[in-house]
Design a protein around this ligand. Structure first.
Ligand code: AMP
Length: 290
């Protein structure tokens, strides 16, 4: 695995791969890698060779009072894990390389970026879209892989890619969970043992919704009640938002129709976690994937 620190060198490597008609895949990450990230790498390996993984903790997507400074950084373990997954290139630029002095351009996906995560974290999606656009421009992959764990982010990146005629095909991948259902996240490292236990309520809430949908419930208000009831049962969790939205517009729905997401954001102690379930209409019935 070659470690690449500069955009210029990454572009050169990518140009060479394309000239040999190889299919370059990119998995963008912020490091502190776990099975969720590795699942994206495995998906990339199935479709692409070579595979590049980027590790960049993007300051532009953190608010002033957020955890940029203390965000977990586990470089040695990340490098070793990617090596053993036979990743070809690890692109790990410095902040100065990504945002040189005088940098003043950003990209915003209007509307989609203002709701839900965007409302709770002003400027977050502008930072995400800008860095992803830069990574796609530098790496020029044929395919780029993102987790459905960050469903709104995935939707925003797909919209940006369509709007700006980007070449990379955006691939969404399933959520990887711990055996007790907690969605893997680099931020789970912040949880103490009690919080770690309480955090399973997010999954339990989505699983309760799945059962309710299976027994015929279609009304969004009733389904939201089910989600809220489970979360309320955990006093150490405070809900930020819970919504059922259309999977394209990310606007709230009154009743299930087509493809929707049930989206949750909550604080467990001081740690903010998000999770979701994908709800797909399937010949008159609905399938819920958590
Ligand atoms: P991050 O390092 O948190 O920015 O995440 C990098 C990529 O990994 C994003 O596309 C995330 O959606 C994805 N990801 C994070 N956690 C998971 C998970 N539990 N399952 C699947 N993908 C994930």
């Amino acid at each position: 695995m070659e470690i690449i620190r500069t955009g210029a060198w990454m572009k050169q490597v990518s140009r060479e791969a394309r000239s040999k008609e190889r299919i370059l895949g990119l998995v963008p990450t912020m490091g502190a890698l776990h099975e969720g990230h590795f699942s994206l790498v495995r998906e990339a390996r199935k479709e692409c060779s070579p595979v590049a993984v980027s590790i960049f903790v993007n300051p532009a997507q953190f608010g002033p009072s957020e955890d940029f400074k203390k965000y977990p950084r586990t470089w040695d373990a990340d490098r070793e894990a990617l090596e053993s997954l036979h990743v070809d290139y690890l692109f790990a630029p410095s902040p100065e390389e990504v945002y040189p002095k005088g940098f003043r351009t950003s990209v915003n996906v209007d509307g989609l970026s203002d709701r839900l995560e965007g409302r709770s974290r002003p400027g977050h999606f502008r930072g995400v879209a800008t860095v992803v656009l830069k990574l796609l421009e530098i790496v020029q992959p044929e395919f780029a892989f993102f987790g459905r764990k960050d469903a709104q982010q995935l939707r925003i990146i797909a919209q940006m890619s369509a709007d700006l005629n980007l070449d990379a095909r955006i691939v969404g991948c399933p959520i990887v969970r711990e055996p007790d259902g907690l969605a893997l996240s680099s931020r789970n490292a912040y949880l103490n043992p009690q919080e770690r236990h309480a955090a399973t309520a997010l999954y339990r809430a989505l699983d309760a919704l799945r059962e309710d949908v299976a027994s015929g419930e279609r009304n969004a208000a009733c389904l939201l009640e089910v989600l809220q009831d489970v979360i309320r049962g955990e006093p150490s969790i405070s809900l930020d938002y819970v919504e059922i939205v259309d999977a394209v517009t990310f606007e709230s729905v009154v009743a299930l129709r087509g493809t929707c997401y049930a989206l949750l954001a909550a604080r467990v102690g001081t740690t903010r976690l998000i999770d979701n379930a994908l709800i797909e209409e399937d010949g008159g019935s609905f399938r819920v994937t958590v």
